[in-house]
Design a protein around this ligand. Structure first.
Ligand code: HPA
Length: 262
């Protein structure tokens, strides 16, 4: 599965894998590139159907840190499969990655996190009832999800943000299946359950990454107030427009975090 990568970048051993979410693919330009491979050439990698996701694996360095950047992810809502990213994540683990850093666009459930805010994920709620490990055999499927989002990496993200005066919140991400947005009643329920941000990704990848033994960090960009909390009409264009407006800040925060990754 990883043969194609090994051939494209002989001897290259990435330490940090990065999955870039909607409108946040530009981080790939921060990478001093060794190779770039379209997902289509990588067995087990997903075919992405969301236009803003490029579908490319970029290998290279950010500062001193060797990285494997996935420009685009596949979502559960695309084909009704929660394990879309399994092949990709298992390949990243096999290549030697020790950490998976994810980004995503999300709706904010907190009035003190307006659109444009960043939030590092401290924990998640899987509200979909599905799991990417359905159908797996063996005791390895019973994955411990305590500290799934590595507390040390959370602290590092917050410290990096503070050091350059970027406001970064922390909180709980709740996974809804999409592709329709949530109803206001669902968002009230999510709030009562303790969620701070809502989105349609990240959680299955975190489960798969923990299964593969990777440390996980995730950074959410609030692109809107969640349904019923703000006046704005929700839609993918709105997600992309806000993501574009905040991309430079997100990119800087990610770059500093990856550069300083020990
Ligand atoms: N809900 C779910 N996913 C999202 C949202 C939202 O409000 N905004 C961006 N991605």
């Amino acid at each position: 599965m990883s043969d194609v990568v090994v051939r494209a970048a002989p001897g290259f051993r990435p330490k940090v894998a990065v999955i870039l979410g909607s409108g946040l693919g530009g981080f790939a330009t921060e990478v001093k590139q060794v190779a770039a491979i379209p997902y289509g050439e990588l067995p087990g990698f997903p075919q992405t159907t969301v236009g803003s996701h490029a579908g490319k694996l970029v290998l290279g360095h950010v500062g001193p840190t060797p990285v494997a950047v996935l420009q685009g992810r596949a979502h559960y809502y695309e084909r009704g499969r929660a394990d879309e990213m399994k092949g990709a994540i298992d390949t990243l683990a096999k290549l030697g990655c020790e950490t998976l850093l994810q980004t995503n666009a999300a709706g904010s459930l907190r009035l003190d996190m307006p659109p444009g805010s960043a939030m590092v994920v401290t924990d998640h709620i899987n509200f979909t009832g599905v799991n990417p490990l359905f159908g797996e055999c063996g005791d390895g499927r019973f994955v411990d999800m305590v500290d799934a989002y590595d507390p040390k990496l959370v602290a590092q993200m917050l410290a990096v943000a503070r050091s350059v005066n970027i406001l970064c919140h922390d909180g709980v991400y709740i996974w809804f299946s999409g592709p329709s947005f949530e109803t206001p009643a669902e968002i009230r329920a999510a709030r009562a359950l303790g969620a701070d941000a809502v989105g349609m990704s990240t959680v299955p990848e975190t489960i798969l990454a923990r299964r593969a033994g990777l440390r996980v960090a995730a950074l959410s960009l609030m692109t809107n107030y969640a349904a019923g909390l703000g006046g704005d009409k929700l839609g993918h264009e709105q997600t992309l427009a806000v993501a574009q407006g905040s991309e430079a800040t997100m990119r800087r925060l990610l770059r500093l975090f990856v550069e300083q990754y020990a």
